[in-house]
Design a protein around this ligand. Structure first.
Ligand SMILES: [Zn+2]
Length: 216
């Protein structure tokens, strides 16, 4: 078995989203790009995360055909594969159904940039991709179109996809997005939601990127 580190990254992140209630049961999925090969490693379809091992992670090619692995890959493989094909800068994709984000996805309203960490980590409001049935090429295309050059996109009546240069970044996008959606709903119940201005967002986002680079 190859790509042990990448397999461990996928497994650890899948277990994290389950443990932190960003998904229930076997829903949600996680993938990483295989370095220097037109493949991705993705969680298997409908399998419990707590008993999953790195051998259960499936390697698929761009169209989503299995290259290595004994299980069927996640039903959302087309969306993951389509993102990697359109975004060479993306090396990891995390898909969650966390409750506050999903509420925005059901309302089909954008999650506003209301917190400094939203500006720093995400840097844009999170828009909703038009509805399509899960696992379809149509959904994959809607997600890619609405995501654009961003890092987070809501899937109408479904959940959210976060992407990143690496798996830590993609997971962080999901965590911050859910926290942002939760606070936005709380603020809304108080009657006022003030988003940061585009200038403030840009400044915070740029500052955080520079901070990340100096740390590396
Ligand atoms: Zn889903």
């Amino acid at each position: 078995m190859h790509h042990l580190q990448q397999r461990q990254d996928v497994l650890r992140t899948a277990q994290t989203i389950a443990r932190t209630h960003m998904v229930v049961g076997t829903w949600g999925n996680v993938s990483v790009r295989v370095p220097d090969q037109p493949y991705l490693l993705i969680t298997p379809s409908g399998m419990r995360y707590d008993t999953m091992t790195i051998e259960d992670i499936v390697m698929v090619d761009w169209p989503g055909q299995t290259v290595e692995g004994k299980w069927k890959p996640s039903v959302e493989t087309p969306t993951h594969a389509w993102i990697y094909q359109h975004r060479p800068d993306v090396n990891a994709v995390v898909h969650v159904h966390s409750p506050h984000l999903t509420a925005f996805a059901v309302a089909r309203l954008p999650v506003p940039v209301i917190l400094e960490e939203t500006a720093q980590v995400i840097g844009h409001e999170i828009r909703t991709a038009p509805y399509a049935i899960c696992g379809t090429a149509r959904l994959a295309d809607n997600v890619v179109q609405t995501l654009g050059s961003g890092v987070a996109v809501l899937l109408a009546n479904h959940g959210m996809v976060g992407v990143g240069k690496n798996i830590e970044e993609a997971l962080r996008v999901c965590i911050i997005a859910e926290e942002t959606a939760r606070i936005a709903l709380l603020a809304q119940s108080l009657g006022q939601v003030h988003a940061l201005t585009p200038k403030e967002i840009e400044k915070l986002h740029r500052g955080f990127a520079a901070y990340g680079q100096t740390k590396e």
